[in-house]
Write a protein that binds this ligand. Structure first.
Ligand SMILES: Cc1ncc(COP(=O)(O)O)c(C=O)c1O
Length: 434
């Protein structure tokens, strides 16, 4: 078996640097919330492959569903010879996405592809072109998505002209003094100085920003956006790629506000580790593009749909909505306790089990400490814990343990985190002379 160092050397020679790795830990196998590297070292996984494993690594029911499907059919292409699992999962998602309006679902493969399709559908239905997105937002790495992203480097820099007709407004960040009213005022201003609301096809928002730093959209913002969209005939797209599938204690984060989106994008945890994504929306809107206007060769693969059906059962049977809330009730006070001890923790925030801390210098929100976040991810790995940073300023650590993690492992993970934090916080204080 090659070592991590051997593989890293080969990786550097064979794979472009544009695909960044936060850790040089090469995964060999995993089960539920534990992962073993190629050297046999065991880690607790608080990253879940960026929020893909709400039902844990290789859940036995997901594995069984994939194995059964493997014996029957791995690919047919839904556009050529359709199959039942695609329809069954579409029916399940149509019922799960909030709101009384009848829904339809199309499957794709990645989150970015779901967002691309949501934009296409919104434009076709409204016969308008402009899209409003939010600062700090992240929607993927394809060309339309990078235009929607609310962060320039490393997503947009050097990647040529952005597709036109995308406008950004600030996302509420109470910690940085940006309120829901500021976001709404910015849209008002946009309508006055840059774009006629009658030209706007959609507003796309993450109900809880993922890559942007786990900022939670206040429910009143989502309700006011709904009213604004209704007033001007604009569609509201909820990007639930990271916040969906029980992570926040509801199936979808937008449910905390009671708002029915017109279109929702879904990916990551939808299929427990198999690449699958979806656009779910009001049936009339989804039916706007003509036959042939939507689709993809691999979109909604039989393996992904079989896994997705198993994930829906697991969320219900293992009561993962309640579990996410319970995990949040454990994580928030634990991190708030650390915040009292460590002045580098500027804010602890989250919704359900979508929880993060923001790292700063000298208690100051305006002094983000991205270097500390980087060092902390490395120090956690040394302790045997996989974590992820994120944030507009790169200074946020997010906690995304599988919702199937045991209490014992969750506690053990936080004990490891605390040790790593103590180590990097003391060296960072020594470096700054604090
Ligand atoms: C909210 C959101 N939308 C879209 C995407 C893009 O998903 P993918 O990386 O599968 O293309 C992500 C990925 O992190 C995301 O968090």
């Amino acid at each position: 078996m090659p070592s991590n160092a051997d593989l890293h050397k080969r990786r550097e020679a064979a794979v472009p640097r544009g695909v960044a790795n936060s850790l040089a830990v090469y995964a060999e196998r995993a089960a539920n919330s534990e992962l073993w590297d190629v050297e046999g070292r065991r880690y607790i996984d608080f990253a879940s492959g960026i929020s893909v494993l709400n039902t844990g690594h290789v859940h036995p029911k997901v594995k069984e569903a994939i194995a059964k499907q493997l014996d029957k059919l791995t690919h047919a292409c839904f556009q050529v010879t359709p199959y039942e699992s695609y329809i069954a999962l579409a029916e399940a998602l149509n019922a799960a996405v909030p709101g009384p309006t009848p829904k339809k679902t199309i499957f794709l493969t990645t989150g970015a592809e779901a967002v691309e399709n949501a934009v296409k559908i919104a434009r076709y239905h409204t016969k308008r072109t402009a899209i409003i997105a939010f600062g700090g937002g992240f929607h993927g790495r394809t060309t339309t998505c990078i235009a929607l992203n609310g962060k320039v480097a490393p997503y947009k820099t050097g990647f040529g002209p952005m597709p036109p007709d995308v406008f950004h407004v600030p996302f509420p960040m109470a910690y940085h003094g940006v309120s829901a009213a500021d976001s709404l005022n910015a849209i008002d201003f946009l309508f006055k100085v840059q774009v006629d609301p009658q030209r706007v096809a959609a507003i796309i928002i993450e109900p809880v920003q993922g890559e942007g730093g786990f900022y939670v959209a206040p429910p009143e913002l989502l309700r006011k956006l709904r009213a604004l969209c209704d007033q001007h005939g604009i569609l509201l797209i909820a990007d639930e790629v990271q916040s969906g599938f029980a992570r926040t204690g509801k199936m979808f984060a937008i449910e905390h506000s009671g708002v029915e989106p017109d279109i929702m994008t879904i990916a990551k945890s939808v299929a427990g580790g198999v690449p699958l994504s979806a656009v779910v929306g009001k049936a009339e809107i989804m039916d706007a593009p003509p036959p042939g206007g939507l689709g993809g060769t691999y979109a909604g693969s039989p393996l992904g749909c079989a896994a997705g059906l198993a994930v829906m059962d697991i969320i219900r049977d293992e009561r993962l909505l309640e579990r996410a809330r319970e995990m949040g009730r454990f994580m928030m006070p634990r991190l708030q306790g650390l915040q009292v001890r460590f002045p580098c923790i500027g804010e602890v925030r989250g919704l359900g089990a979508m929880v993060a801390i923001e790292l700063v210098k000298n208690h100051r929100a305006d002094l983000p400490d991205a270097e500390l976040a980087k060092a902390l991810v490395q120090a956690c790995a040394k302790q045997g814990l996989i974590t992820l940073s994120c944030g507009l300023y790169g200074n946020v650590i997010r906690f995304l343990a599988p919702l199937t993690i045991s209490d014992a492992l969750l506690k053990e993970g936080f004990n490891l985190f605390e040790k790593a934090l103590a180590e990097v916080a003391s060296s960072s204080m020594a470096n700054t002379g604090a």
